[in-house]
Design a protein around this ligand. Sequence first.
Ligand code: SAM
Length: 256
Amino acid sequence: MKGHAPRKRFGQNFLVSPGVIRNIIEAISPHPDERMVEIGPGLGALTEPLLARLGRLEVVEIDRDLAARLRQGFPADRLTVHEADALAFDFAALGPQLRIVGNLPYNISTPLLFHLAAYADVVTDMHFMLQREVVDRMVADPGGGEYGRLSVMLQYRFDMERLFVVPPGAFNPAPKVDSAIVRLRPRPAAALSARDEVAFSRLVAAAFGQRRKMLRNNLRDLVDEAGLVAAGIVPTARAETLAVADYVRLANSLQR
Ligand code: SAM
């Protein structure tokens, strides 16, 4: 593969389907003046068509060999290569109204999504390729097995849309699972009504601590049954039955 042996530890599955690449670029729809960063550019499958439409592009790549190839392959005044771990990267340093894109390394997708959620304030939108199963959890409605902490925390902060599914054959090496493209748009600040987001996040984590248990058990350390009832929550309900707004209301009730 252009002389690069894919590294499993970096989740390297390179896009090779021209049709899928075209569809992703169309979904992103880059415009010349936009500020964009690509996570995990790899061998440049998306980088090249993105740069064809943009004036400049920043990329964050952890693999030293791939970072070096990208620096060689593209002009430095148009492509800025950050050889860095996206999990620790400060995306706010790139400036406001940032568009973030990437075919993400699947082995770190959940922690990476939580890291990126913290930059919603400086982001215009994000487009990612992830395992289909992760995307389905992100956009899941309450009530089912796919709805969990990831759904609540991301839906609180973003409007999200699953755009299309991508089969394993679009990659080399082919992953074992289907993938999907998801779009995230930050919700307006006025819509974010949790008074203390740390407390909200702690509550949601505790609620889903043991999925099979009732809320009154999982939340025992944070709120008693009377507190749940006062916030309009049925103490014997399970975490997956509560809407995002229920979690916000409960979190806000705890601080009064
Ligand atoms: N964008 C390329 C494509 O679509 O063919 C490569 C996608 S591949 C699924 C994931 C890329 O993320 C690889 O290039 C890998 O080296 C890089 N990567 C893995 N872990 C990373 C991390 N923690 N920070 C930044 N890049 C990472």
